[in-house]
Design a protein around this ligand. Sequence first.
Ligand SMILES: Cc1cc2nc3c(=O)[nH]c(=O)nc-3n(C[C@H](O)[C@H](O)[C@H](O)COP(=O)(O)O)c2cc1C
Length: 155
Amino acid sequence: MQVAAGKHNPIALGGSMFTSHNPPMMAISIGLKRHSLEAIRGAGEFVVAFVSEQMTDDTLYFGSNSGRDEDKLAVRGTKTEPATKIDSVLLSDAVANFEYVVDGELLTNDHVIFAGRIVAWHENEDPAVQRLYNVGKKILRGVQFEPPRPGEDNR
Ligand SMILES: Cc1cc2nc3c(=O)[nH]c(=O)nc-3n(C[C@H](O)[C@H](O)[C@H](O)COP(=O)(O)O)c2cc1C
């Protein structure tokens, strides 16, 4: 999720990966045609939300519609709260939210990999909440999950 012209725009991403313990960093991959690409470049910051099973419909919507055409969070009525260190929002029903400042990007043919430095993170207080994983063509499944501790070896 990232800030675009004052609007917060969620995109579904198949994955993210930790790339550094110290400082804690993570990478995401964004297609060249995505509205999110311009938005992240413009903002220089973004939030990654590890979405929960109850957010399945929202996630598929965020992954099938573009912020170029609409305010996806408003259309879905998704519950959000302000991020604490960057100008963005957290998804309140996610398992965990991570706030990032962009440290660098790498063009890999038709996607750009953004490496972000984690400046804050938040965990859902309900331990029963299940993290949603992408297991195929728009097939998502909930898995019991312990949020990672940025800065520790989570593998
Ligand atoms: C489960 C799922 C995983 C996806 N993973 C990625 C991804 O890793 N990178 C990407 O650029 N698009 C991915 N997409 C597609 C984008 O979410 C989709 O094109 C979205 O509508 C782009 O929104 P935007 O134009 O507001 O950025 C995924 C879609 C789904 C449903």
